[in-house]
Design a binder for this molecule. Structure first.
Ligand SMILES: *[C@@H]1O[C@H](CO)[C@@H](O)[C@H](O)[C@H]1NC(C)=O
Ligand SMILES: *[C@@H]1O[C@H](CO)[C@@H](O)[C@H](O)[C@H]1NC(C)=O
Ligand SMILES: *[C@@H]1O[C@H](CO)[C@@H](O)[C@H](O)[C@H]1NC(C)=O
Ligand SMILES: *[C@@H]1O[C@H](CO)[C@@H](O)[C@H](O)[C@H]1NC(C)=O
Ligand SMILES: *[C@@H]1O[C@H](CO)[C@@H](O)[C@H](O)[C@H]1NC(C)=O
Ligand SMILES: *[C@@H]1O[C@H](CO)[C@@H](O)[C@H](O)[C@H]1NC(C)=O
Length: 625
């Protein structure tokens, strides 16, 4: 650990030194330029200068051309959905990247790594990212950190990963900052340090909260792969449809959807629907491609809705008075409307009350009340309220300062970042059979601390369909990820971690550790964990043999899940038969050697034998009924 921090420090020093040196270089250049100008009679000097100038001009022209190509490809990618256009855009991007355009290189590298527009090519991505990192691109540094961390296209090396993440984070990369926040929070390759986690998460959360306030971010549904495939028939189709619609909505954000919504609300409002009126008010207030912003129309529709007691309408009026849009600023009026809407349970209004108490606008500054309203709003799912709560916990205003609480809340805000759109692209890649592409996307999110992504990555890894990692890498990585998901409270992941230790997947077989994980999972009422624990008690694996406890856990497993009742029935029968046998075996000492011979003969087929006995018993039972 010490060696690592020394290495980090050295690396940091080196980077500082480098920037200093490049600064000096520039100064030298400026001076030599001056000299060259002064001593223009010296032909040699003149020569070098003019050739430098030509070089500069050519480079500049190249850069401009690269920039144009990049812009063109971006435009196509944004507006066109046909495959042919996309290919063309991709070619333009490649050309721009070849010309050394930094953003084009970053975009191309991401496309190659994640497999966005064409086939994945990790080797090519690594080459590009290495060039980028050398040029000081924080995206390049972050990507290299990510690849070192998983051993994708690189050797598995956590120390190097940490160094690159640190560079990326210093360069202002939000993903690196989030990764470092998570690492400090749970103590991955660094000592646990709440304050360091707080610092990193706060930077990211600040950015996200700002975007949320401007309505630029949109939360994304996170599909859990494991549950889906276990839930084979139950309304899967509906879920697929739902996500698909949502994806389309995202893809077409700001296009036809808003137009449709506008006419829908207009129709509803005309029919006297208060929700329709309130949302029309909102649309006029925000303005979009479909509706031009209008304070007067917003006021009109909000008033109509508010008169009928609609909470959104009341909130809207409050907002107009608060911001002085179309009406003079009047905090008294704003407070009145927010208060009525908040009483009706509207999270946005509760949030606004919190803001008023927090800043002391129109009311006496009161952090306790501000805290109360932010808390209420956050409970009702207002994400910016969560951010304010985190700020209050971090600073200790209105509440006792608590670093862990602040970090947990900041994390919630950070997880709303636009990168969570990868949950959708990863899911669709998985559905289309692009397993590697799906894994890489989930793996990045897992690195950033998303529990669902950790479970999904582990799930994909253990399916053994991944080609970008060698077989001996997969199980240790899957175990690592299950373990992280388990630590975040996923009980299924906890059972998985137990299984890996039980069977020795990706680690040494270790019954003691397996038993510990199962015991932790039974607290969450997982039948599978109870069953496994019972089995371990029955056989004395990792824990002292205890037939009574075994029976109890078998019974609890059966009670917890109806699915478990058949295996439990079989296991209990086996237990009974075995007890019978152990009683019979007592006779072994007295006379029959044949019996002991029978026992050794049966030993390898013990389960089979027990099953046969059970079946016979069952048949007898049914016959005698
Ligand atoms: C060198 O000159 C450029 C403009 O020619 C200027 O932007 C830059 O700040 C100068 N650098 C130093 C170190 O003086
Ligand atoms: C260049 O000439 C200017 C006056 O034209 C003078 O002030 C400056 O010191 C000269 N620089 C060098 C490096 O000789
Ligand atoms: C990946 O890119 C490298 C060079 O960038 C190329 O040599 C290699 O053929 C590519 N691999 C695939 C599978 O396209
Ligand atoms: C299966 O689907 C049902 C609803 O259809 C849901 O309540 C249940 O939690 C799902 N089970 C799992 C393991 O996802
Ligand atoms: C609405 O009010 C705001 C704040 O006074 C103002 O900046 C904006 O221009 C107004 N919008 C229109 C369309 O007048
Ligand atoms: C705000 O509105 C209230 C009631 O409508 C009024 O009494 C008060 O004078 C207004 N305040 C300002 C600053 O206009």
């Amino acid at each position: 650990m010490k060696a690592l921090s020394v290495a980090l420090l050295l690396a940091l020093l080196a980077s500082v030194h480098k920037t200093e040196r490049s600064f000096e270089n520039q100064k030298e250049k400026n001076v030599s330029k001056q000299e060259a100008l002064n001593e223009s009679q010296l032909l040699t000097m003149q020569d070098t200068f003019s050739s430098q100038g030509e070089d500069l001009a050519r480079r500049k022209k190249n850069e401009e051309r690269g920039h144009q190509l990049y812009k063109m490809s971006n435009k196509i990618l944004k507006h066109s959905k046909s495959k042919k256009d996309k290919e063309e855009a991709y070619q333009l991007l490649t050309k721009a990247a070849d010309m050394g355009h930094l953003k084009a290189m970053e975009k191309l590298a991401a496309a190659l790594l994640f497999g966005y527009h064409g086939p994945q090519n990790i080797t090519a991505a690594v080459t590009l990212y290495e060039t980028l990192a050398e040029k000081g691109s924080h995206r390049g540094q972050t990507a290299l950190g990510f690849m070192f961390s998983y051993g994708i296209g690189m050797e598995y090396n956590q120390a190097k990963a940490l160094v690159y993440y640190t560079f990326g984070s210093l360069g202002g990369n939000l993903i690196s900052q989030m990764i470092l926040g998570y690492r400090y929070w749970v103590g991955i390759n660094v000592p646990r340090n709440c304050e360091a986690a707080l610092t990193n998460y706060r930077k990211v959360a600040f950015f996200i909260a700002d975007k949320l306030e401007k309505n630029e971010e949109m939360p994304v549904e996170k599909v859990r792969l494991m549950e889906k495939s276990e839930n084979l028939s139950s309304n899967n189709d509906f879920l697929d449809w739902d996500v698909h619609q949502f994806y389309k909505f995202l893809a077409e954000r700001g296009d036809t959807q808003i137009q449709k919504a506008f006419y829908y609300f207009l129709k509803a409002a005309k029919a006297g629907n208060t929700h329709g009126m309130a949302f029309l008010g909102k649309m006029f207030l925000e303005g979009s491609v479909a509706v031009t912003q209008s304070n007067a129309s917003a006021f009109k529709y909000f008033t109509m809705a508010a008169e009928k007691g609609n909470a959104v309408g009341l909130w809207g009026l409050g907002l107009l008075y608060y911001q002085g849009k179309g009406v003079p600023v009047n905090y008294t009026e704003a407070f009145k409307y927010f208060h009525i809407a908040a009483e009706k349970g509207l999270a946005d209004a509760q949030f606004q009350l919190g803001v008023m108490y927090h800043s002391g606008s129109g009311v006496r500054k009161d952090y306790k009340l501000a805290f109360k309203y932010f808390y209420l709003a956050s409970q009702n799912g207002q994400p910016i309220a969560v951010y304010y709560l985190a700020q209050m916990y971090a600073a200790g205003t209105g509440v006792f300062r608590s670093c862990p609480n602040a970090v947990e809340l900041y994390r919630n805000v950070c997880e709303l970042g636009s990168w969570s759109e990868k949950f959708l692209t990863a899911y669709f890649a998985y559905q289309d059979g692009n397993i590697d592409s799906s894994l890489i996307q989930y793996a990045l999110l897992a690195e950033m601390g998303y529990e669902v992504a950790q479970s999904n990555s582990a799930y994909i890894l253990e399916s053994e369909q991944v080609k970008i990692l060698s077989n001996d890498q997969m199980y240790p990585l899957a175990l690592l990820l299950w373990n992280r998901a388990a630590a975040q409270g996923n009980a299924f992941a906890r059972v998985k971690t137990g299984d890996y230790h039980f069977y020795g997947y990706g680690t040494k077989r270790d019954y003691v550790t397996a038993a510990i994980h199962y015991s932790l999972a039974v607290d969450h009422h997982i039948a599978q964990a109870m069953f496994n624990l019972a089995y371990m008690y029955e056989h004395g694996l990792g824990i002292p043999k205890d037939i009574h406890l075994a029976k109890r856990w078998y019974d609890l497993a059966a009670q917890t899940s109806p699915d478990a009742s058949i295996p439990v029935f079989l296991a209990r029968m086996k237990l009974e038969v075995k007890r019978l046998f152990s009683e019979i075996q007592l006779f072994k000492f007295t006379s029959s050697w044949k019996m002991s011979k029978l026992d050794t003969m049966l030993q390898p087929h013990w389960d089979l034998f027990a099953l046969v006995v059970i079946v016979i018993l069952l048949v007898l039972l049914i016959r005698n009924r």
